[in-house]
Design a protein around this ligand. Sequence first.
Ligand code: ADP
Ligand code: MG
Length: 876
Amino acid sequence: MGWVRSLAGPLELEARRGYTDVAVIGMSIGAYAREWARRAGEAVGAAHCDEICRALADYGACDARGREKRASEALRLLGSLDGGARQTERRGLVTEVPRQRQALRQQATEATEPRDGRGKPLPNDGGVVSGLEVPERQNELKRLGTDSTSPRLRGAGVPRQPAGLLDAPVGGERKSPPAWTKRVALLGIETNRDLLYYFPRDYVPLKTLSELADGERAAVVVEAVEREESVVREGRGFRLMRFALDVTDGTGRAWVTSIARVPRRGARAAAIMGSPLALNYEPGTRLLIEGTVKRAGRFIEISYAGSERAEMSESLAPGRLLPIYPLTDGVYQNHIRPGVRRLLAELPDDLPDPLPLSLRERHGLLPLSQALRDMHLPPSEEAKNAATRRLAFEELLTLQAALAQRKREQQQPGTGIAMRPRGDLVAILEEVLPFSLTRAQQRVISEIIADMSSDQAMYRLLQGDVGSGKTVVAAAALMVALQNGYQGALMAPTELLAEQHYLVLSKMLEPLGVQVELLTGSMRAQERQRALHRVATGHAQVVVGTHALIQEAVEFHQLGLVVVDEQHRFGVRQRASLRSKGRQPDTLVMTATPIPRTLALTLYGDLEISVLDEMPPGRQTINTSWLSLSHQREAYEFVRGQVSAGRQAYIVCPLIEESENLQAEAATKLAEHLQQEVFADLRVGLLHGGMKVAEKGSAMEAFRSGELQVLTTTTVIEVGVDVPNATVMLIVNAERFGLAQLHQLRGRVGRGAHESHCILLSDRRHDPTGRITPAGDETLEGVRRRLRVMIQESDGFKIAEEDLLLRGPGEFYGTRQHGLPDFRLARMARELGVLEEAREAAFWLVERDPELCAQEHGALRQQVAALRARMDSVAG
Ligand code: ADP
Ligand code: MG
């Protein structure tokens, strides 16, 4: 793996950018090195890492010369280490080493320094740093001067100082930056690059006055002729004033009008009279006006919605689209637009492009500078689409290339364990199970068997809606490992779920002579010690547990398969640390959060994907109803009816996300209320996340055995809990839950033979009839949309799609695992069908040039490395 590269890359970039500490986005080199050392420590050796880290510790605080010295020193240390690190990284693979070394050597000779036409190594991008080359490169950099604008570099065909322009602060390097820069900082825009990559959310067409139609919203570029102001009404302490500006553009004339309530005196009055709203423009000023058009024949009035001064030189010809940027409080379009336009005018045509020319040609993509221009100020709808496509392609290609590299590193042939099944697994399982497997389960099992049989490590994601029967599939995979003399581990996010899996798997596998062990954080020391011993000696063949599995004390005899349930609750790093307990074990991660295919490729592009797209037979759809809280009595009566018919019910208490204590308290109160006042004659239990493990276990057991009829609970039962006799899921204040949560909760019922029900109780403001909700209240409307989706949809995939649309991917998944961009472009590009194309291109590229070291991949390599660093550091 490229540990050396991952630090050498940024350091080289620093050299090219004149040691401005910009190589790692959002982080100083010093901090990046610490992060790097933490990750690389094991592979490279902690002492070396420390030394390198020390060399760079005060990087941010140094001047350029100091930084140069530190970077060279770090590169030297990295160079001396490179050869050794390769061996250490692969230690443990004793038998494989000779073959690997040979392959490495071959790789190294193939990937020679990029050369220019005269056969001299080029100084820029795409260099391979290996131990031998570092000192040489250092000298070369010195000889050439590190300033990338130096004439020699320019001669060598290196793009002119674009980095300088893009990384400069918006508004230029000035003592007192223009006022608008403070406003756009509120949007996170600090550098020119930030500004250029801050894309419009919409556009309005620029028109001539003669083209305007009655009622439309439009933008025009005009010249001010004459201004009038009049008082519409005299109020107490204020005047209602009307401003009108006569404007022309050569095709016609129009009045731009606005109305303002102006205090009679004071600073506020002056501020309004001096603001664009007062239309105080000198005759002859060139203006960009936006507004709503009223037209009767040749008489045109535009009611003012915004205006800016426009320079004569600016390309604001009619027919262009005017960008509308997403804003926040106190930031207006005219804080962003003029700056963008000025910057676009300065933009060189040969901006270094992360997409190499050959690739752009193959996929019909615009060069970067043109794409940026057309994104912000498109001459036409087509130009805008082409620009969107190009920029989305770049975003996705970068991500997919990062994933492709990761996948390649994970799946070196010959490094995994080849495990072959003995006998017909499906038949063996069906013998111990009271049901036969669905076709989907059989298909997925054979996909897994194929992976496990190969000598590449398996990395597979199993997606299946709640209740689709993933546990059986996991059991089959575990059996393959056991048949080959390996152990299997299954990690679950909560103790409750771990215990549940333990029970199910013991029941399934113990008849086949398999020892299953449970390992959780709350076990008593002695008990735990014994369990650890059984795992370390190999007496326990399957180990089920929580995060406790990844603690240091846990050692396996011979771990061959890792299964992670509810994958989205874990980070990449946790997955990796469980894997590190074995020697390249196969890995199966499972998730019940259905992921639309497009997003699955985006988020899990480094995994193979299997889908359980069929429910076990006999599952009924769950009757879902939605009542206002004022009808809760009816809901409780319904519960009583079900209980007297012998069924059981969950009652989920309102979600309090802010505090586990408050949540526990709320659940306890609700349970008391239910037991004492509502269901005095029934047996009501309580289960919440704050309870001790033993208490949780016994509550769950009491509910499972039917001793408890009603279980008052929280989202702790969201995942995995399986009590087939429970037929009612009553959710109080359902409006506080997200769609995914509601779907998971609903999935707890409908698991047996009986008809099942989900009742959503919501605050009366979200009254399902819609009579009480004030029209136009967006948050209330949002809640009602969400609850309506629950009523109308039972398919988890559709619900996930809706969720995605309602919340956007960032919130949908949290950024915890990925640290990825917000995919705004990717979303736009969904309709443009870019994702698959970019994915293929990225995998193709990485197959041919795994480390992206060809010269034409230089800019892309930097971008991918930065993203990977971000993904790795956020993960976990
Ligand atoms: P999930 O995918 O949500 O983890 P589980 O593995 O917990 O689903 O399975 C849900 C329920 O369906 C369990 O009670 C399980 O025994 C049952 N089940 C699984 N596969 C089948 C099948 N092929 N036929 C009938 N019931 C099944
Ligand atoms: Mg499950």
